[in-house]
Design a protein around this ligand. Structure first.
Ligand code: NAD
Length: 377
């Protein structure tokens, strides 16, 4: 059986789907791995390192020859068109943003697996790419903020006077938010955080931040899957008003608020930005889905009313070495459910995890969410 990992750096991606350490674990007499030349270059893994780990180095022909193709982002329609009927494709296929590829996978007879749709259950934690990448995004958001902030984060008592610690406010305390809190705390900042899911309060406190209590009725704000539900327009307005004071007193605001399948809730209006401290920094981790701040420009770093607003997208790709390492481990753990003891690929559609990620199989679009996307396309 052959696994192929393409070089996706041409489309601006810095990460790679397998790193040499995972190649070493996966490769066997029955499992051949081919890495497209220079696939790991931007994440600091040279072809020689992959060869030493047991992989072959190939070119684009891998698309047509592989039983399993592992990607970071979706392939192009041309690349899909080269794949074998019955081959497996796994990666962050972002079906919401790429609905047109769904029919291409089905037409080509590919079993396409979107890592974003992995069920958030205990058994699947080691395959959870949303968590592994968000965790790094939360860390890097703080580093980006610290680099732009005119203040340092820790309190320093020096002969030249005492420097007060920076105040950081984190909005949305899921995986990225909790890591942002922990990172900002490690740098010495005073951290406050808020999330609509009341269950998060204890987690926020356990990583060293103060939980902001708002007189907002959010008892039903968590769905059965542990995700936030969208607030009503009236609740959102109340939340914006109530949070404004903390936002305007903070040196750094990191926003991570997201509701699956919906645009990011707008939590910081332009007039609140105008009232923020001079030199304050907002890092909007929700930029890709429209941003939590009204003035965020996705993909850009802008200064508005003296406030730096960082809307950089794909932040995990800015730490490609470690982002690739955890992503590769996520994929390798998924492959344990797919590759049989004899080293053959086998898709068990009755497995909850496989059924959760499988968009297309046997020439059909089979995932309910994918079918819904096509119905609305
Ligand atoms: P996410 O990226 O969907 O959202 C980020 C955060 O934004 C969430 O905490 C959400 O509650 C919050 N949010 C939404 N609207 C908001 C608003 N108006 N104001 C403030 N905050 C708002 O979330 P995520 O990081 O993917 O995590 C979602 C949940 O899944 C968490 O409870 C997490 O602990 C859980 N999880 C479970 C597993 C598992 O395997 N059991 C794995 C990973 C995550």
């Amino acid at each position: 059986m052959k696994i192929f990992v393409p070089n996706q750096s041409g489309s601006g991606e810095t990460r790679v789907a397998l790193v040499p350490a995972t190649v070493k674990k996966l490769v066997s007499p029955a499992v051949e791995i081919v890495i497209e030349s220079l696939a790991g270059q931007l994440s600091s893994h040279g072809d020689g390192e992959y060869r030493t780990a047991g992989a072959g180095i190939g070119e684009g022909e891998g698309w047509a020859q592989a039983d399993i193709v592992l990607v970071v982002k979706p392939p192009s329609p041309e690349q899909i068109g080269q794949m074998r009927n019955g081959a497996i494709l796994a990666g962050m296929l972002s079906p919401e943003r790429n609905p047109s590829l769904l029919n291409a996978y089905a037409h080509q007879g590919i079993s396409a697996m979107a890592m974003e749709y992995l069920p958030r259950i205990t058994r699947a934690q080691a395959m959870d790419t949303l968590s592994s990448q968000s965790n790094l995004a939360g860390y890097k958001a703080v580093i980006l903020a610290a680099a732009k902030c005119p203040k340092i984060f820790p309190m320093l008592m020096t002969a030249a006077g005492t420097l007060q610690p920076a105040k950081v406010f984190v909005i949305g305390a899921g995986v990225a938010g909790l890591q942002a809190i922990a990172t900002a705390r490690r740098l010495g900042a005073i951290v406050t955080a808020y999330d609509v899911r009341p269950a998060v309060k204890e987690q926020v406190q356990s990583v060293g931040a103060k939980f902001l209590e708002l007189p907002l009725e959010t008892a039903g704000a968590q769905d059965a899957g542990g995700y936030a539900k969208e607030l009503t327009a009236e609740q959102q307005q109340k939340q914006r008003d109530l949070m404004a004071q903390v936002v305007t007193e903070s040196d750094v605001v990191i926003t991570t608020a997201a509701v699956p399948g919906k645009p990011a809730p707008k939590l910081i209006p332009a007039d609140v930005v105008a009232r923020m401290l001079p030199g304050a920094v907002i890092v909007d981790l929700a930029a890709e889905t429209g941003g939590n701040c009204e003035l965020t420009e996705p993909g850009q770093i802008v200064t508005k009313h003296g406030v730096t607003i960082i809307g950089t997208i794909n932040i995990p790709a800015t730490v490609p070495y470690h982002a690739s390492q955890v992503y590769a481990n996520n994929l390798a753990n998924l492959l344990k459910l797919i590759i049989t003891k004899e080293g053959q690929p086998k898709i068990d559609t009755a497995d909850e995890v496989i059924a959760g990620v499988l968009l297309c199989h046997g020439g059909q679009v089979i995932h309910p969410r994918a079918k819904e996307l096509l119905a609305h396309a």
